[in-house]
Ligand binder design. Structure first.
Ligand SMILES: NC(=O)c1ccc[n+]([C@@H]2O[C@H](COP(=O)([O-])OP(=O)(O)OC[C@H]3O[C@@H](n4cnc5c(N)ncnc54)[C@H](OP(=O)(O)O)[C@@H]3O)[C@@H](O)[C@H]2O)c1
Length: 230
């Protein structure tokens, strides 16, 4: 836990030119089986995962743990089989017909007062969290602080680029795992690990390289965010 909030790790696969999806924002299915196992391992280490509405909309499902050894480790640690899956949307505009709502997981919604309106009193989400700024945007700092006392010490952030940008802007990211996959996606409108407005280079978040693994054709980069000096 860091400063009364969960320790956050972003896990993303990207093309060699730094795109996390093609220009049609299709689901990113270009990672190898090794990368999928790596993602599952990171999810298994988390108490909850956070994903943006854009990501959920692209996939229609969320990644669950299927490897027996990972499930066994979680059971030994007294954890539930799957972490809590938290979807975040400001508008609340999600399709209740997608497969995500049939997956055997605990689902929470992180949204605004407006976004919560169409989901309250329904069964899709086990909890609805409303944390908003005075201007009606999601307040990620308050939301993450709320999660810590609920036993959510580790949070895996599964994208996409808009959500990661907003968390980085609020200095809420601790680590990143980026898998560089052997393809080029190109396109000015293809999403990247961090979209949003961007940072001026002098003020850009700085990283410390913790680890590099090369497995077959993929490179797994593990970074820690350097804390800004006050
Ligand atoms: N390669 C990979 O590993 C990987 C992983 C994940 C996703 N992806 C790809 O990434 C793409 C989706 O990424 P994306 O950037 O379009 O969407 P995203 O970051 O998944 O979701 C953005 C949406 O999240 C909601 N949101 C809630 N709080 C927010 C905040 N503080 N800041 C920004 N958004 C917030 C908003 O929903 P509302 O508009 O509903 O209010 C916003 O439109 C897809 O193409 C997917 O395939 C790739």
């Amino acid at each position: 836990m860091v400063q009364n909030r969960p320790y956050t790790t972003v896990i993303l696969a990207m093309s060699a030119d730094g795109k996390i999806a093609d220009f049609k924002r299709s689901p990113a299915r270009f990672g190898s089986d090794v990368d999928k196992a790596h993602l599952e391992q990171q999810i298994a280490a988390a108490d909850a995962v956070l994903l943006g509405a854009g990501t959920l909309c692209a996939y229609g499902t969320t990644r669950t743990i299927s490897q027996p050894i990972l499930l066994q480790h979680r059971q030994q640690e007294g954890k539930t089989n799957q972490p809590i899956h938290i979807v975040t949307t400001q508008s609340g505009n999600l399709n209740p017909e997608i497969k995500f709502f049939q997956q055997g997981i605990t689902r929470w919604l992180l949204t605004t007062t407006v976004g919560a309106q169409s989901w309250q009193g329904r069964s899709e989400f086990d909890q609805i969290l409303v944390f908003e700024t005075p201007t009606g945007k999601i307040d990620p700092i308050a939301a993450l602080k709320y999660l810590a006392p609920l036993g959510i010490a580790r949070l895996a952030v599964l994208g996409g680029g808009a959500l990661v940008a907003s968390l980085l802007e609020s200095n809420l990211i601790d680590e990143l795992w980026l898998t560089v996959c052997p393809l080029i996606l190109g396109g000015v409108n293809s999403p990247t690990p961090v979209d949003g407005q961007g940072f001026m280079s002098q003020l850009a978040p700085r990283l410390e390289l913790l680890e590099v693994k090369t497995i077959n054709q993929e490179v797994f980069l593990h970074y820690r965010l350097q804390q800004p000096i006050d």
